[in-house]
Write a protein that binds this ligand. Structure first.
Ligand code: HEM
Length: 415
């Protein structure tokens, strides 16, 4: 059998599509891979196999406590935050308690008014374009995509506008994982805890207030349960971290496609009809969440012809499954309305449907505002020189330098 492939290898960062094809050819739908420190895991690349894994949360559990490799994981292992030891957010909760927490989150997000959401997204997007439109050039990643989703999400959750800029800085520092990451995380966590305490005392109409109210409702109905303030704080943190970066990458990857591919050139100048097509194609071809860690087998089983042992870690190869030839008729780009991709996961632990809709509105509005405000926008560097962040998990551009004819700011009150 061919050797396992290191998931940290350079090809996962540069040309993953080709590598997923090779892996499938050499290993089949479930490929052995090595994580940092040569820790073994399975990468599930087959569409059908990924359905099996995500559709059976008992056999393939979200409980990382089941892992049979804990004995060899050092305290400073770089992937620990992703694997979730000792974390008790909705991501790592299982069974009935997970269903309750996921329902509280879904209900609180479902109640977001789509018109208000669109208006918030437009307001922040216009403000960001105002800051650069007179210059004739900008980096649409650092100056735009990386700043937009967090501001919109913060407003939906209940943060005051004045808190927005600090949160943006802290969250991006935390996600970048370099100097300032710990301070960033502490700032975000403390802000979340303060918001929850404040809304518990003075509820209004926002996501946090609704999560608290759902907790009280459950409490009085069943005489127990309800989410604790700590659980709500953790889950707001998850929504912020799980929501911001992939939405920012969805904006960046879609703008890259529209700026580099002739099929989208007409709409750049002529209208916006193909923004949804570009966004959908990105979810199939260049998806923000490429691989997810993960699920743990709760007993010995077989998957895609492999013997999986109890406690083995399975990584969800979302991009690999999206490229599975079994679901790709001509290997062609999938545009139009086909949204049977795996980019938001599947099953009980998938991205909640209202969260997907919120991400879609933020990303579409963000892209439309760029095209409306800077109609002759063009890449400022050769397309081949655009680079991705070095990560096999979340795929996004390091920068997207563009130029355009300078235009005046819309003005309005800065927020
Ligand atoms: C382009 C944007 C987004 C992408 C690609 C994305 C992708 C995903 C994926 C693949 C999962 C499943 C992980 C797994 O199966 O283990 C997930 C879970 C989740 N996402 Fe998203 N997401 C996005 C935006 C958002 C937003 C905007 C929010 C919140 C406002 C959000 C909240 C969540 C939550 C709470 C979960 C955990 C669900 C659970 O464990 O029950 N996501 N997301």
């Amino acid at each position: 059998m061919p050797d396992p492939v290191s998931l940290g290898g350079p090809r996962f960062r540069t040309e993953p599509a080709e590598l997923y094809r090779e892996l499938r050819r050499e290993h089949g739908a479930v490929a052995p891979v090595l994580l940092d420190g040569d820790v073994p895991a399975w990468l599930v690349l087959g569409y059908r196999e990924l359905h099996q894994v995500t559709g059976d949360p008992v056999l393939f559990s979200r409980d990382s406590g089941l892992w049979n490799q804990w004995h060899r994981i050092p305290d400073d292992w770089p992937l620990l935050p992703m694997i979730g030891r000792g974390q008790s957010s909705v991501l790592y909760t299982v069974g009935e308690r997970h269903r309750e927490r996921a329902a509280v989150i879904s209900d609180a997000l479902e109640a977001v008014d789509p018109f208000e959401l669109r208006a918030h997204a437009e307001r922040f997007a216009d403000e960001l374009i105002d800051a650069v439109c007179a210059k004739g050039e900008t980096d649409l990643v650092a100056d735009y995509a990386a700043l937009l989703p967090v501001r919109v999400l913060a407003t939906l959750f209940g943060f005051a506008d004045e808190q927005g800029p600090d949160l943006v800085g802290a969250l991006n520092a935390m996600i970048n994982g370099r100097e300032g990451a710990i301070a960033g995380q502490l700032h975000v966590a403390a802000s979340m805890a303060r918001l929850v305490a404040d809304r518990a005392a003075r509820p209004t109409d926002d996501v946090v207030s609704r999560m608290l109210a759902a907790g009280h409702a459950r409490h009085s109905h069943w005489g127990s349960g309800g989410l604790t303030h700590e659980e709500i704080t953790q889950d707001i943190m998850v929504m912020m971290a799980a929501g911001h970066q992939p939405t920012a990458d969805w904006i960046g990857n879609s703008l890259r496609l529209m700026l580099t591919d002739d099929r989208f050139a007409a709409s750049l100048f002529g209208g916006r009809h193909s923004v949804p097509e570009a966004m959908n194609e990105v979810l199939w071809e260049d998806t923000p969440t490429q691989n997810v860690a993960g699920r743990w087998a709760s007993r010995d089983t077989r998957l895609g012809g492999r013997a999986i042992h109890a406690g083995d870690l399975l990584l969800l190869g979302l991009q690999g499954a999206n490229h599975d030839p079994q679901v790709r008729t001509h290997g062609s780009a999938l545009t139009g309305g086909n949204s049977a991709h795996f980019s938001f996961g599947h099953g009980e632990h998938r991205c909640p449907f209202p969260a997907q809709e919120i991400a879609e509105v933020i990303a579409r509005t963000g892209i439309e505002v760029v095209l409306d405000r800077l109609p002759d926008i063009d890449l400022a560097v050769p397309a081949e020189s655009l680079t991705r962040r070095p990560s096999p998990w979340l795929r996004g551009l390091t920068e997207l330098p563009v130029r355009f004819t300078p235009v005046p700011a819309l003005g309005g009150t800065p927020v």
